[in-house]
Write a protein that binds this ligand. Structure first.
Ligand SMILES: [Fe+2]
Length: 695
């Protein structure tokens, strides 16, 4: 455990833009005239980024009937009834930070549960929050934490959080979660107003959660344009009762993904209708709202000002010049993307170091979103792109040792390689990547867990094995990957960068390397390898992706949007002879291949279908469910890591029960710590429920 002085602690709090509250050795009874008025704190309370001796606390207390409160008293106690208060502080709040309040509580003991609450001068109090500190760096007690992503209160219910709370409350003390890692899409900035889309979204009803005061309407949805709009969407989300209860129960560790800024956002650019546009002011606004609404240890270069973001001034200037790593050199772009640094590490005892990275602020443009990439797509094969095309587009000028082809063969034609003069795709950016690799190398923890908001596991299919005559001939040479709009555009198709990272892990002899991710709205468990057959398959770690909390996944989208008469529809959402509704056959497609899908469609027999598995297709995948929602729990000891997937039914409406509704399945994926030079081996078990197409 690191012990720091009160003085350096206050400097830390200042650097985080938080008020400092220092723990006293002797607890005393609360002196605050607290009486609970949740209506005065409509976004609840939260805590975040715990360390072994401190944690950030958060609330929001807006003015009521014109009366602004300027200070709140925060109390931290060892008990829920606040008879053993160990820290008290006065925290300023103001309009400049939208009445949000950030307090760093320090001088705490490691691996402890604490309670906290806020009170105004009239005794109007927030609800009581519960939080935990991290174990000390040498503590080998088993660790448990959850990871989640992609909640959408415009389109669904947060039953997954209710289930998580239900299970945690009933768990033995040592089995309870230490924290919740949120890997992004905490909000969706794109909002459909119900009247603009009376038919709803897929089979879902749209909720009227927010109206942007200065929003921009694009097609039938609305996006935020300034900090007021971004703040409004955070507030709207935090009014969800299940999310609010979850934030009050555990510390959250939050990292943004794309939707905290913009759907197809990269650096400070937005993209709509295939056109990139500069959005530096919106990127800064998005960062400001994140800073204000997420209690996280983030670095802001605007300086250590108490409780305020102090946004840098930027203009939306065109971004036309990029360096040799794809970074836009326009000065306002650089100011905007550096206005808040999200990447950071978090130690949780002897066995866990979380290395959390930012996949959106520094990344180069996703090649498959370019209009030129359309030439490598075909309506006959929705979402699918030949693996060799993805490889060449990713590699850019570095492909084939710096000798990229001028044209790429697709469907019997030679098409210009629009990427031949551009650098390979980077998702981390050169500066963050150097930091990331250094952290991996330096880490003393048993398990180096990469919190990557986007997935790393290849998502591929074998359309080359389709029987002749079913549809048009596959235009590629062999396997297919997927384009970004169908769910990749992540580390699974950034082959060059992923290869560089995995080679580093191998060359440095790093063991216990695990990646946990979100974004893909699907559950995946598997092995981290830079190449798949016919290339060499050499795993260097394990990798997981969690299903979305509530945002729709690709199976749901395909059920509604894949053309009914398309010859390949049944490979994704088909029905066996005895099925009464579409099945998630896309799972079988990704795990075992087209022959298995066709067998299932013919016989309805999953065993027979699996017997026709294409063993070369996905040796890296142990489990895949493109339709699953819920959350994942990681359990770590000195010699094993186990990830559990808790999958709930499609969360279309809120479940009123205390358990958040039924489970669809629960699976466990376990690996023993491997030694240097050994390959990890993942064991998958279905503990309860039905996941028959996923294994
Ligand atoms: Fe998402």
């Amino acid at each position: 455990m690191t012990t720091i002085s009160r003085r350096s602690f206050i400097q830390t709090a200042l650097a985080l833009g938080a008020t400092a509250a220092w723990g006293q050795p002797l607890p005393s009874h609360s002196k605050a005239p607290w009486h609970e008025r949740r209506d005065f704190y409509p976004e609840g309370v939260a805590s975040g980024d715990p360390q072994s001796d401190s944690v950030l606390l958060w609330t929001r207390r807006p003015p009521t009937t014109g009366n602004a409160v300027e200070r709140l008293t925060v109390e931290v106690a060892q008990d829920e009834s606040f008879t053993r208060v160990i820290a008290t502080a006065e925290a300023p709040i103001s309009e400049a930070s939208d009445w949000t309040c950030r307090v760093l509580a320090g001088g705490l003991r490691s691996a402890q549960v604490y309670w906290y609450r806020f009170t105004d001068a009239n005794g109007n109090g927030s609800r009581v929050g519960r939080t935990l500190t991290a174990p000390s760096d040498n503590d080998t007690t088993p660790v448990r934490f959850a990871f989640v992503s992609c909640q959408n209160t415009n389109q669904g219910a947060q039953n997954a959080y209710r289930r998580m709370i239900f299970e945690d409350e009933r768990a033995a003390e040592q089995d309870r979660l230490g924290f919740v890692l949120h890997l992004g899409d905490f909000i969706y900035e794109i909002v459909w107003y119900p009247q603009d889309r009376p038919q709803g979204m897929y089979g879902r009803r749209l909720r009227d959660i927010v109206r942007y005061e200065h929003g921009e309407k694009i097609h039938d949805f609305h996006i935020p344009t300034d900090v007021g709009d971004y703040r409004a969407i955070y507030r709207a989300y935090l009014h969800d009762p299940d999310l609010q209860d979850a934030r009050a129960r555990w510390p959250f560790v939050c990292m943004w993904d794309n939707h905290e800024f913009s759907w197809i956002g990269w650096q400070s650019l937005q993209q709509f209708g295939g056109i990139n546009r500069p959005a530096q002011a919106r990127k800064v606004a998005a960062n400001q709202a994140f800073f204000e609404y997420q209690p996280a240890r983030l670095y802001k270069p605007s300086g250590p000002t108490l409780n305020q973001f102090d946004p840098p001034r930027v203009v939306d200037a065109p971004i036309t010049h990029f360096d040799e790593h794809g970074l836009g050199l326009e000065p306002n772009n650089l100011v905007a993307i550096h206005s808040l640094r999200g990447y950071r590490t978090m130690r949780w005892g002897r066995n866990v170091e979380l290395i959390i990275t930012d996949q959106r602020s520094y990344r180069s443009e996703e090649p498959t979103y370019r209009t030129e990439a359309q030439a490598f797509m075909s309506d006959a094969f929705p979402g699918l792109m030949p693996q060799e095309v993805l490889d060449i587009l990713d590699g850019g000028c570095a492909y084939n040792n710096g000798h990229p082809p001028p044209t790429i063969r697709y469907g019997g034609k030679d098409i210009a390689n629009f990427r031949r003069d551009q650098p390979p795709t980077t998702i981390l950016g050169v500066e963050q990547k150097a930091w990331f690799l250094e952290r991996l190398k330096q880490s003393k923890a048993t398990w180096k867990i990469w919190g990557d908001t986007v997935a790393t596991l290849d998502m591929r299919a074998d359309p080359q094995n389709l029987p002749i005559g079913l549809t048009r001939p596959w235009p590629g040479a062999g396997y297919a990957g997927f384009d970004a709009s169908t769910g990749t555009g992540d580390h699974s198709t950034a082959y060059t960068e992923r290869g560089e990272i995995y080679d580093f892990v191998r060359d440095q002899g790093i063991t216990g390397f695990a990646t946990i991710a979100g974004d893909r709205h699907s559950f995946w468990a598997g092995l981290a390898a830079k190449g798949l057959p016919p290339k060499a398959f050499e795993p260097v770690g394990i990798a997981f992706v969690t299903g979305s909390i509530s945002a729709p996944g690709v199976i749901e989208a395909f059920e509604h949007a894949f053309p009914r008469d398309h010859p390949l529809r049944s490979l994704f959402v088909g029905q066996g002879p005895a099925d009464t509704r579409p099945q998630a056959l896309m799972n079988l497609l990704l795990r075992h291949g087209v022959r298995s899908c066709l067998e299932y469609l013919h016989s309805g027999d999953v065993q027979k279908a699996r017997a026709l598995s294409n063993a070369d297709l996905s040796p890296h995948v142990s489990f895949v469910d493109m339709g699953g929602h819920g959350y994942a729990v990681v359990r770590v000891t000195s010699d094993a890591l186990e990830t559990e997937f808790v999958c709930i039914p499609r969360p279309i409406e809120r479940s009123e029960g205390a358990d958040g509704g039924p489970l669809l399945y629960r699976t466990k994926h376990r690996v023993s710590l491997w030694r240097k030079g050994e390959a990890p081996k993942l064991e998958t078990r279905i503990v309860e429920g039905d996941a028959k197409f996923s294994v």
